[in-house]
Design a protein around this ligand. Structure first.
Ligand code: PLP
Length: 361
């Protein structure tokens, strides 16, 4: 006799089909390794930021300021826009989800480069959108903006532009992006993900704020996770024209940014703290130059990274090289069959990695 199947709650088809987000490898409890797998800032928060976190901890029986008004005002001041144009969220990954939720109807196409940030395909699928991926330029790790413009159809609602591109590192250039924006209809949202903005030194890189002023269909995504070293507290934000910003705010998680995170972000933006944090970014940029030159000296051909990581297009050798790095006490971020990304850390970590890279050759 057949037992009737127990009914189960079906998951949405888009959810069942989701690729899992693979986080960067973590150091095992009690273990010792250099963690160069998640593009984190290697330096802990400044004492003034830790003091702000400790003070805020005493008030955590209260809900945070729902729209993080003080923080929004401070961020708006940083960017040079009115506060109504800034929307914060629980990391810019959450803000991206809110942006998509605000504009994507079921089946709308969302164009994005690939390989790029691995949260994109997940966020697009969850929003109900249809992913349209455009391969990177061959060999350089750069976004192919002409091909991305050509991929825009009447069904396209959003295009994601990641600059610098995670995990390959190059920026798009201002003139390329101008041409791209001139080709894309004004009712298609162009999300410019500037997670690594503070690490960019290429004078040809675009100014997000100028883009936004000229194109109301542009949204900028920024974060305090990378340059400001607050990855663990989850603070990101979008900058958009007021009507779009209001739509994004309307779908945001209520009280999404915790009080502790708001106070830590504000303390990090205090002029003295900010100056010190940006000096650390300068030091990491110098390390990027040193590491890149050393790797090229070893014979590697690398994309022009403007972020806090470097990319090795190792193809089929990727997983084996990653395993060798782990065995040598350096955690890196492999993408099977494609390549691996190595974050720029403190000098000793980078030296340990350079020894691993030499052994790969
Ligand atoms: C790290 C990163 C983010 C930021 O993520 P948070 O959620 O703010 O920590 C956004 N976009 C890209 C491309 C990234 O690499």
């Amino acid at each position: 006799m057949e037992t009737p199947a127990t009914p189960v709650v079906p998951l949405r088809a888009a959810v069942s089909a989701l690729p899992a987000y693979v986080p960067g490898a973590r150091v095992a409890p009690g273990g010792r390794a250099w963690k160069l797998s998640s593009n984190e800032n290697p330096y802990p928060p400044l004492p003034s930021v830790i003091a702000a976190i400790a003070a805020a901890a005493e008030e955590t029986n209260r809900y945070p300021d729902m729209y993080a008004s003080e923080l929004v005002k401070a961020l708006a001041g940083e960017v040079g826009v009115p506060p109504e144009q800034v929307v914060v969220g629980n990391g810019s990954v959450a803000v991206l989800a809110h942006v998509l939720q605000a504009v994507v109807e079921h089946g709308d196409e969302v164009v994005f480069p690939w390989r790029s940030f691995e949260a994109y395909p997940i966020a697009v699928a969850v929003s109900g959108g249809t992913a349209v991926t455009v391969p990177l330029e061959h060999g350089t790790g750069r976004l192919d903006l002409p091909a991305m413009a050509a991929a825009v159809t009447p069904r396209t609602r959003v295009v994601l532009v990641c600059t610098p591109n995670n995990p390959t590192g190059p920026v798009v250039q201002a003139d390329e992006l101008d041409t791209f924006l001139a080709a894309v209809p004004g009712d298609v949202l162009v999300v410019v993900d500037e997670a690594y903005l503070e690490f960019v030194r290429d004078p040809k890189a675009p100014s997000g704020v100028d883009l936004l002023a000229a194109h109301p269909n542009v949204v900028l995504l920024r974060t305090l996770s990378k340059a400001y070293g607050l990855a663990g507290l989850r603070v990101g934000y979008a900058v958009a024209e007021p009507r779009l910003a209001a739509g994004i705010r309307a779908v945001s998680t209520p009280f999404g940014v915790s009080h502790v995170a708001q106070r830590a972000a504000l303390a990090s933006l205090e002029p003295g703290a900010k100056a010190e944090l940006l000096e650390r970014v300068d030091a990491l940029v110098e390390e990027r130059s040193r590491v890149t030159a050393a790797l090229r000296g070893q014979g590697w051909e690398l994309p022009e990274s403007q972020a806090n990581f470097v990319w090795f297009g190792l193809g089929q050798a990727t997983m084996e090289c990653a395993a060798q790095a782990t065995a040598a006490g350096v955690l890196v971020r492999p993408f099977a069959g494609d390549g691996l990304r190595v974050s720029i850390g403190e000098p000793a970590a980078n030296d340990a990695f350079l020894a691993v890279a030499a052994s790969w050759r």
